[in-house]
Design a protein around this ligand. Structure first.
Ligand code: 6PG
Length: 211
């Protein structure tokens, strides 16, 4: 049965306005799932753009979101230790987790310090346990960014991960970044109940228009 997909594109005149609106939207989505199911699974995006958004959520939404029943995952991770400045986990810890009270057991970190294949396998096993019985994990909300080349998560154009459909989590070497990455695959991303792309920066308007 085809799923109905509602797509909404919002363009804001300032990053501040975009982050404020995004935070509100995320808050209402999380509270909907907390009220309906007493839990909400959220996939965090990485890179630089989400920092301001995470800071707003961390500092301004403690009264409005009961974080204790929110479960955090990542769309992708760099293959680095969790205290490395390149780590998406470290960024989320610094800009979000340091302001909210959420049990460590609610945070499903991708083990970037492990060899890529092992990190991907362990992350996929954790997802299979959390989403027990689901053929493809269905996250309540996935936050994503977009790179200048149109990549999202770590699904980079021209890489094999783009076409992976038999795994929930893949690992890949990104030649142009000279780095290994772990990423959710497209079947998992496309299964989500809600996907929020948050994109900022003049350098991205061309790729956004193309997309
Ligand atoms: C990552 C991200 C990646 C990111 C885009 C945009 O680990 O880098 O998950 O998909 O969202 O590259 O990054 P910026 O927000 O830094 O422009």
């Amino acid at each position: 049965m085809e799923r109905s997909v509602n797509t909404e594109i919002n363009i804001y005149s300032t990053p501040e306005e975009m982050f404020a609106k995004a935070a509100d939207e995320i808050c209402s989505l999380i509270n909907y799932y907390l009220n309906e199911f007493n839990r909400c699974s959220v996939v965090l995006s990485g890179g630089n753009t989400p920092k301001k958004l995470f800071e707003i959520l961390g500092k301004e939404y403690n009264e409005r979101i009961k974080w204790g029943r929110v479960f955090f995952f990542w769309g992708d991770e760099r293959c680095v230790p969790p205290d490395d400045d390149e780590s998406n986990y470290k960024m989320a810890k610094e800009y979000l987790f340091s302001f909210i009270s959420v049990p460590d057991s609610n945070i499903f970190r991708i083990l970037g310090e492990k060899p890529p294949e092992e990190a991907a396998a362990k992350y996929e096993a954790a997802l299979k346990h959390f989403f027990e019985g689901q053929a493809i994990p269905q996250f309540d909300l996935i936050l994503l960014g977009i790179g200048n080349d149109g990549h999202t998560a770590s699904l980079f154009p021209g890489t094999t991960a783009i076409d992976t459909t038999d795994k929930w989590v893949d690992y890949l070497y990104v030649e142009k970044l000279k780095s290994w990455r772990i990423t959710l695959t497209f079947p998992v991303i496309n299964k989500a109940k809600n996907i929020l792309f948050i994109v900022d920066g003049k350098g991205k308007s061309e790729i956004i228009n193309k997309i």
